[in-house]
Design a protein around this ligand. Sequence first.
Ligand code: B12
Ligand code: SF4
Ligand code: SF4
Length: 390
Amino acid sequence: MEIFHIFDSAGALLDSKSTNLTREAAYALATGCGFTNAGLVPLPHAAESRDASRFTSWIQAGRAGSMRYLERVSETSELVRARVAVPFPWARSAIVCFASYNSAHPRSTEDAPRSSGWIARYAWSSRIDEKGERRPSDYHKVLLKRLKSLDAKLRERCGEFESRAYVDTGPVVERSLAVAAGLGWTGKNTCLIHPKLGSFGFLCVLLTSLDVAAEDRTPQMVSDHCGTCTRCLDACPTNALTAPYQMDATKCISYLTIEHKAPIAPELMSGMGRQIFGCDICQDVCPWNRKAPISADTELQPREELVNPSLEWLASLDEQQWERLFNGSPVRRSGFLGFKRNLAVAMGNAPGADESLLERLKLWSEDADPALRTAAEWALHKHSQESTIE
Ligand code: B12
Ligand code: SF4
Ligand code: SF4
């Protein structure tokens, strides 16, 4: 059967006599829509049972904490996310896309200005708007738009078919599909690592009812390149990486600062260091990110003001100013109160304490919000102990 994998010099498809997808076509169309890389996997895929049982064990071990949406079950009592076929029995292929957000800016693990915090690299993103002004951007929106244009391009060639486009929020395990699509391997830090692009990349998925061409149905997996390295496990400050390839999300700083809305357990606060939104440590120490190319993605460019931001500056923002700073940014997910709670922890971990930080912490230690109050009390206690020791 004829398959559409013949391109002219501009990358346009010349032949579309069949509706079978090829890797080459998926890659060309996806990169044409702005993605850095893309792979294709037939569904169900070869490692589906293995990944379904890994996901199920992870949920059963209580690793998901309060992220209840991950635990949703079907009418047949199967975890919805364990296999794509549970929510989408019609799905025959997944185009998995990778969008790099790597930048030349410092790593969280490098020396930083005194009393500065850390916002995860993925949340620095911005774009220039129609008026020429830099605006925060959110990868969910940016990439969903690209997936939709990929979907439209496929429709022009294949006619109608069933599809779903997901960036993060769909009921699928994106890293499982990315590995199956040959985009990289699962690192011991649990991240998808692309052998050339590293792990500072977003993943997203276009599920379709289109079949994969026969010659592209054989899995093209990237082998595990972690070898004897254990840098990520050694560097994780809260021991969230309980063993190679195993993460207890309830201990992960990313979970604690973004997803977890309640008070943070005091025994985890010291380990959180200066992270105020997300955490990059296990990726910053990874040798596979050292030589990764810098992303030229115009919609995911870093905002300078969010790199090593001063804790004092962030703590001084009122709600309106905070909303303005993070309107349209992934940082909004923590909420204003959650962000202040995270700041309080980072202020507790800051070396020494300026009078103004202590004043702010005193104010917050009387706040009505229990999560902020607990964090501020902990931070004050920590500084009072330090001054006693001195
Ligand atoms: C819940 C979630 C989290 C949770 C839990 C993370 C986790 N490790 O499970 C928290 C809040 C902690 C989190 C943190 C982060 N996240 Co997150 N998260 C998700 C989400 C929504 C679901 C992940 C999930 O289902 N977890 C359950 C576990 C079982 O699944 P998994 O780790 O993805 O599964 C693979 C491996 O663990 C592996 N595996 C399991 N057991 C074993 C055993 C062996 C031997 C091996 C080899 C492999 C293996 O198999 C699975 C399939 O391959 C996905 C989006 C999505 N819909 O998939 C984004 C996603 C995984 N997150 C992402 C990002 C960017 C992050 C952060 C970097 C953000 C930050 N800077 O703070 C950190 C990274 C922390 C880390 N080391 O993983 C990206 C990952 C990109 C990449 N290159 O890997 C995703 C895909 C979002 C996106 N659309 O881009 N995240
Ligand atoms: S993101 Fe941070 S806390 Fe989470 S596993 Fe990696 S190093 Fe540990
Ligand atoms: S730091 Fe080392 S062990 Fe961890 S993911 Fe990177 S290469 Fe693998």
